[in-house]
Design a protein around this ligand. Structure first.
Ligand code: SME
Length: 150
């Protein structure tokens, strides 16, 4: 299956899992699980929530991860400050990358913005360098729009 096809299928799954579910955490959790089981070559998929001025670990799939990330720190904190999607082709070359799983080699972080406010981040890691591209960015930004307001 090509990338467009599996993202189209993933978006259909997320819509059907979350429609009529009136609980933000349940919807975030099922979205993390749907991403985890749909995308090939990933070793972590989940969310960080912006609480006060800190990113706090949310629902995810993969190895246990760092709980708190300061704004401006790591890939997540940098994407949060810039409020834009960040694709890192090789995490070993990203200054300040926070390593939660030594297997991670590339990463994409997508801000979830509702009413002009940053609420959370989608974070996905891969054990393969250059795993993420503009197609991943486009579809993950679409998925960000499906997430509920917190
Ligand atoms: N690598 C991230 C930290 C979170 S883990 O990848 C789950 C970063 O540098 O922000």
């Amino acid at each position: 299956m090509n990338k467009t096809a599996y993202y189209e299928a993933l978006i259909r799954d997320i819509r059907s899992l979350t429609t009529d579910v009136d609980d933000a955490i349940a919807n975030y959790a099922n979205t993390a699980a749907a991403i985890w089981h749909s995308l090939p070559d990933i070793n972590w998929a989940g969310f960080y929530f912006l609480k006060k001025d800190t990113l706090v670990l949310g629902p995810f799939q993969g190895k246990p991860a760092c709980v708190l990330i300061e704004m401006g720190k790591g890939v997540c904190g940098t994407a949060a400050v810039r409020r834009e999607t960040l694709i890192v082709d090789d995490v070993l070359s990203f200054p300040g990358h926070i390593s939660c799983d030594a297997d991670s080699r590339s990463e994409i972080v997508v801000p979830v913005i509702k009413n002009y406010t940053l609420q959370s981040l989608i974070d996905i890691d891969s054990p393969r360098k250059k795993r993420f591209d503009e197609t991943d960015k486009k579809y993950l930004e679409d998925i960000a729009t499906l997430l509920p307001e917190l």
